[in-house]
Design a protein around this ligand. Structure first.
Ligand code: GLN
Length: 544
């Protein structure tokens, strides 16, 4: 290594007007473009909540809890970064207000401030900066992208903006600011309005920051008069106002932003030379997406959250993306339906509706509601030989269905739902039971990457093409090894086991085209250009 100190550059992404306008995907896409320019990139997500991690937040409110290799429970945007950058991120890539305060308070308690008065400013922003630089160093990044969660004007993100401002003051060409904002087209006017973005920009100014770029999100492309208006009122050069209209697939966005040459324009602000972007892989991916014409219908069966399909989509974003990646890989078009398992409890004959699907998937979940309906759906898939893929709870409930209906132990259950069952196929270890008893819920599940040894010759092993894999976990309960032999003998084979703990990680039915349950969450490791092998195989069989 040369002794020359690496120039590390930072891009802050902030959001204006609304949440959910695509700040995460914009951050991820800028990352993908920088990577396509041959630069080393890492990304951070800042969640302004007091929660120490996303693990204690309701996924219907906050979206999916994305789990990293090192077992951090983070924001769903981290999944976008991993998918777009095709890099693994860890806990250094995620922070919350709670986490930052916790460190500062711990430092105070251990006299790290040497008797000084510990103040919100500068000590909180200084800790934020330390964390950003730590992530940049750990990933040896040329470019570090930091997405500040929430929307400008919110009380909660001020301290993070303060950190960004302090970094810019110290190193004016080391830091760039991108404002991702929304430009509405009110239907009664039929015209795109810039005013909300002007306000967002003023609000950013009041934190001492001027945007270098505006990504103008909206239903339509930004036209010339509005581009000029934004430039004048927001104090951003017109060619730095980047048009980002809605597109059918998020995977088009790196190409869309690259067309506006956003990468080189940012490099210029950061006093770096421009470089070409090699986006061939992204172009090929988009071609595959467009080419897949044959539909594959997948039923995602689970309890209905009662907050509408939009929320569901966010709660299971990695599962949805994984199904899509696998479909595109197999040259088919994904069609997903959310199927509310409680419908099968209310009306037993409804189960026949599942006939119209090429595959059934049960994602992770918690609690009692809808469980019997899910078990009926799994029974339907097993008996009718419909391809089935069970993720975490989907594996546990598949094992229960088998013990109930094949081994004839009708009261088989998970102790999560029935603590008194005589046949606890899914049980809890004493340490975990103690956590639950003492309300120690935060960060105490079996979390993060664990190795899994695959049984040679199994369908699962053939799909992976290797003998040992590592997958990410997030659960409290486990397959009870007392049932292992009986299941195995009767045809539900244990084909994946953790070598250290001997815990069952994968089960697979022998006389079925595809019936696989995994104790882990394979959806966290699927990438658009490298689908997760079991998803790929599930879709391949479903498409037949
Ligand atoms: N509720 C189950 C457990 O905690 C499954 C969790 C999940 O599906 N993520 O073990």
């Amino acid at each position: 290594m040369s002794n020359k100190k690496k120039l590390r550059k930072y891009i802050f992404i902030v959001g204006g007007v609304l949440s959910g306008v695509g700040k995460g995907v914009s951050s991820a896409s800028i990352g993908a473009i920088m990577k396509a320019k041959g630069l080393r990139v890492t990304s951070l997500k800042i969640d302004p909540y007091i929660n120490v991690d996303a693990g204690t937040m309701n996924p219907t409110e906050h979206g999916e809890v994305f789990v990293t290799d090192d077992g951090d429970e983070t924001d769903q945007d981290m999944g976008n970064y991993e998918r777009f950058l095709d890099e693994d991120l860890n806990s250094e890539n995620y922070m919350t207000t709670g986490r930052v305060y916790l460190t500062v308070i711990e430092n105070e308690r251990t006299m790290k401030y040497k008797g000084k008065c510990v103040e919100v400013v500068p000590h909180i922003p200084e800790e934020v900066i330390r964390r950003i630089k730590d992530a940049s160093e750990k990933h040896d990044a040329d470019i570090t992208i930091i997405e500040v969660g929430g929307t400008l004007g919110e009380y909660q993100n001020l301290l993070f903006l303060e950190a960004a401002r302090m970094m810019k003051l110290k190193d004016p060409t080391g830091v760039a600011f991108v404002l991702v904002s929304y430009l509405p087209i009110p239907s009664h006017l039929g015209e795109m309005k810039t005013k909300p973005t002007q306000h967002a920009s003023r609000s950013l100014n009041s934190a001492g920051i001027n945007a270098d770029f505006i990504i103008a999100r909206g239903k339509e492309a930004l036209d010339k008069p509005r581009r000029e208006k934004l430039a004048i009122f927001c104090n951003v050069p017109a060619d730095h106002c980047i048009s980002a209209p809605d597109v059918p697939s998020i995977y088009e966005i790196p190409l869309l932003l690259d067309k506006e040459d956003i990468g080189n324009k940012i490099l210029k602000v950061l006093a770096l030379k421009s470089r070409p972007s090699n986006l061939t892989a992204w172009k090929n991916l988009n071609k595959k997406i467009a080419d897949g014409k044959k539909e594959v219908k997948i039923a995602v069966v689970g309890k209905y959250f009662g907050t509408g399909n939009f929320t569901l989509a966010d709660s299971y974003i990695s599962v949805i993306e994984s199904i899509k990646h696998a479909c595109w890989w197999n040259g088919v078009k994904p069609v997903l339906d959310w199927v509310d398992s409680e419908e099968f409890e209310k009306n037993k004959s409804k189960i026949k509706d599942l006939k119209k699907y090429d595959g059934i998937l049960v994602p992770g979940g918690f609690g009692t509601r809808g469980v019997e309906g899910i078990i009926s759906a799994i029974n339907f898939a097993r008996v009718n030989k419909v391809p089935y893929f069970g993720l975490c709870y989907g594996m546990q409930l598949a094992s229960i269905e088998f013990v109930r209906n094949v081994l004839g132990k009708k009261d088989a259950h998970t102790v999560e739902v029935n603590a008194e069952t005589k046949n606890p196929v899914i049980h809890i270890n004493p340490k975990q039971a103690d956590n639950v008893r003492k309300n120690r819920y935060g960060g105490t599940m079996r979390l993060g990457a664990y190795d899994c040894i695959l049984k040679k010759g199994s369908k699962t092993q053939k799909a992976y093409g290797v003998d040992k894999v590592s997958e990410r976990h997030r659960h409290r309960y486990e397959f009870n090894n007392d049932y292992r032999e009986a299941c195995d003998k009767a045809g539900l084979k244990v084909v994946g086991v953790n070598p250290e703990s001997d815990l069952v990680e994968i089960v697979e039915l022998s006389n079925h085209p595809f019936f696989v349950g995994v104790q882990f969450h394979p959806e966290f490791k699927s990438r658009p250009m490298r689908p997760q092998p079991l998803f790929r195989e599930f879709i391949r069989v479903a498409a037949k």
